[in-house]
Design a protein around this ligand. Structure first.
Ligand SMILES: Cc1cc2nc3c(=O)[nH]c(=O)nc-3n(C[C@H](O)[C@H](O)[C@H](O)COP(=O)(O)OP(=O)(O)OC[C@H]3O[C@@H](n4cnc5c(N)ncnc54)[C@H](O)[C@@H]3O)c2cc1C
Length: 287
């Protein structure tokens, strides 16, 4: 390797087996293969699929887990962190993030009930196992970058835990060994879910840290305050991190401000704002 800037190849990347091809001089004949880049995945075309709801259960008082089996198994392939635009019955198409790993036999979604919400209201009151749905997937560019060797920070608010679960489980299953910090923000104890699931993962994987943070509770053994404040308190420098954020707009805004203020490169932040985009049609086919 010829001399290069330390920032171009961090120690973690070097330890992960990466080189800078532009500064490497081959000493013998070598075989070179183009593996593509993570970012090319975003170009994958979403397609329209049909499927059946196989189960619905309550994760909290206002978040339901909905499992869907698509008619075709190709619909089960996506990048961890991506989402689907789903039309439940006559309700308008809305975006929901896959919480499972690509290739699992069913797609898992966590749907929070939004007061007065058309689609989430339907899911919480009318949707039943056996119902047919239409979905358009996979969508979104806020997915796990598997070529990244540096530390990972995930910040989830409420049902924002869905894509973060997929990202974390995929990273662990694929042998990513760098530190993975997960912060899960909720109002009170009753808004937390899958805590035991993550605690089990923490026991199995020494590189995973899981921190639930409650914003509206004082007397608790858990961390309290805004989840983004907990991140701000725990990290003074996010240089070299990848940061994945999913949740309500205000939380995502605060997370971005903190991350960039702590040296994160803009291209290393991947965020999904859980809100109905303005102009989304109130009826009609998905997508
Ligand atoms: C990329 C992406 C991924 C998403 N993934 C998920 C997911 O995994 N789980 C999930 O529960 N949601 C997710 N959402 C949000 C979801 O798409 C809907 O916006 C949400 O379910 C509300 O839809 P609705 O039809 O029930 O409410 P709407 O009928 O669209 O809205 C009803 C009212 O609530 C307001 N509103 C809309 N969303 C919210 C909100 N989040 N908080 C407060 N008020 C709101 C609207 O402005 C409106 O006044 C995601 C959104 C995006 C863009």
């Amino acid at each position: 390797m010829l001399s290069h800037s330390r920032f171009a190849l961090t120690d973690e990347e070097k330890a992960g087996g990466l080189i800078l091809a532009c500064r490497a001089v081959p000493k013998t004949d070598i075989a070179v293969a183009w593996l593509g880049s993570d970012d090319e995945a975003a170009a994958a075309q979403a397609r329209t699929w049909q499927g059946t709801v196989v189960s619905i259960d309550d994760l909290t008082h206002d978040i339901r887990r909905v499992r869907i089996r698509p008619d075709r198994t190709d619909a089960l392939v996506f990048f961890a962190g991506q989402y689907a635009d789903i039309r439940f019955g006559p309700s308008p198409a809305r975006s929901y993030s896959m919480a499972n790993r690509s290739g699992d036999p069913e797609l898992e979604f966590h749907v929070r009930r939004v007061p007065g919400g058309a689609a989430s209201g339907y899911v919480h009151t009318i949707l039943r196992p056996g119902d047919r749905i239409v979905l358009e997937a996979p969508r979104g560019s806020s997915y796990l970058r598997e070529s990244h060797c540096g530390p990972i920070l995930c910040i989830a608010g409420g049902s924002g835990l869905a894509p973060i679960k997929s990202i974390v489980e995929t990273a662990l299953a694929h042998g990513m060994r760098q530190a993975i910090h997960v912060y899960f923000g909720a109002r009170a104890e009753r808004d937390l879910y899958l805590v035991e699931h993550f605690e089990t993962l923490v026991r199995r994987h020494a590189n995973l840290v899981f921190t639930p943070v409650l914003s509206e509770v004082r007397a608790t053994a858990r961390r309290t305050g805004a989840v983004t404040q907990a991140v701000a308190d725990d990290f003074s420098d996010l240089t070299g991190f990848k940061v994945y954020v999913a949740g309500p707009p205000r939380m995502v805004d605060a997370a971005m401000e903190i991350a960039f203020g702590r040296g994160l490169n803009a291209r290393d932040l991947h965020a999904d704002v859980f809100f109905t985009p303005q102009g989304q049609p109130l009826s009609g086919a998905a997508g």
